[in-house]
Design a protein around this ligand. Structure first.
Ligand SMILES: C[S@@+](CC[C@H](N)C(=O)[O-])C[C@H]1O[C@@H](n2cnc3c(N)ncnc32)[C@H](O)[C@@H]1O
Length: 301
């Protein structure tokens, strides 16, 4: 499933796609000059990897990214992942997948819906000689994997999604067995006001508190990127995670949450109805659910 109306998330400008290795050298043969040439072909990069001394995004606007981000939470991720399985959703150039494999994960599956980034991550894994599996996949399709992973990385993706809660629900329902490592761009206050079980309809003041969970909607574009749809504040990130069945137990910096998957009080993921035989299986929409034909045509033509 792709996002409607706006282009797919890109992080940086789109670059040429070349997932074929062609006659490129094998893993043992990578020399710095071959790495430099191939990395340039696969650019532009969002991840500033260090591949045999070659930096893939040395002029990144967030500096040495994502190494600087990783430094803020690396000590909260188990140092020994022996025997563990890891799913990296929105892997981009593969920085975090490489780190998980370096920590001994038995299996790392890196997915991204953008083949341009997958080609970069594949190349990085080959140069580093690390065995990582790759698959072009949208987070909305994690159910198709038919497998739960001990660790799920969901970093830097939520705000690119038109349906962020659906993505969290799907990860809970299908993909995560235990640990979710989550990061999102955030805007607004970093305060967190304790959430009440209910609110008085005639006393709306709590909504004005900076630390009330708030999800800022971006109608057009943010930071020149039309794939940025939402910017939660810190309280909203925590609340959405809890609502989706992920209990945060560490928040080493405002944007980073480490969560345990827990049983979920709310209902599960809501799947969009699809017409049978055309776009896959699914139940037919019920009257009044927004299907103009079943509902007797549009009320306002
Ligand atoms: C800001 S980058 C974050 C990359 C990396 N996870 C990190 O934290 O550095 C967002 C990545 O998510 C991917 N992405 C966006 N929407 C996605 C979707 N629906 N399914 C899978 N990947 C998606 C983009 O292609 C991009 O590689």
């Amino acid at each position: 499933m792709g996002e409607e109306a706006r282009p797919e998330a890109q992080c940086l400008k789109e670059g040429p796609l070349d997932s074929a290795r062609g006659s490129a050298p094998g893993p043992a043969q990578w020399e710095a000059e071959d790495v430099r040439a191939r990395a340039a072909e696969l650019g532009p990069w969002f991840h500033n990897l260090d591949l045999r001394g070659v930096r893939t995004a040395p002029d990144h606007f967030l500096f040495d990214f994502p190494a600087v981000k990783w430094a803020s939470f690396r000590d909260h991720v188990p140092a020994d992942l022996s025997g563990r399985t890891v799913l990296d959703i929105g892997c981009n150039g593969g920085f975090y997948s490489l780190e998980m494999k370096r920590r001994g994960a038995a299996r790392v599956l890196a997915v991204d819906h953008d083949p341009h980034y997958l080609a970069q991550a594949r190349f990085a894994a080959e140069v580093e000689g690390l065995e990582i599996e790759f698959r072009q996949l949208s987070v909305y399709d994690v159910g198709a994997l038919g497998e739960r992973f001990d660790v799920v990385l969901f970093l830097g993706v939520l705000y690119h999604l038109r349906h962020p809660l659906l993505a969290l629900d799907l990860i809970h329902e299908h993909a995560c067995a235990d640990l979710l490592v989550f990061q999102t761009m955030q805007r607004g206050s970093e305060d967190i006001v304790a959430v009440e079980p209910d609110y008085d309809f005639f006393a709306p003041a709590p909504f004005d508190a900076p630390g009330f969970p708030k999800l800022h909607f971006i109608e057009h574009s943010y930071a020149h990127d039309p794939t940025n749809w939402w910017a939660p504040n810190r309280a909203a990130s925590a609340a959405m995670l809890r609502s989706a069945g992920f209990e945060p137990f560490a928040n080493p910096e405002a944007e980073i949450f480490l969560c345990r998957r827990v049983a979920k009080a709310e209902s599960g993921a809501v799947y969009p109805a699809r017409s049978e035989g055309k776009e896959g299986q699914g139940s037919a929409p019920s009257p009044g659910s927004g299907d103009p034909q079943r509902a007797g045509g549009p009320l306002i033509p």
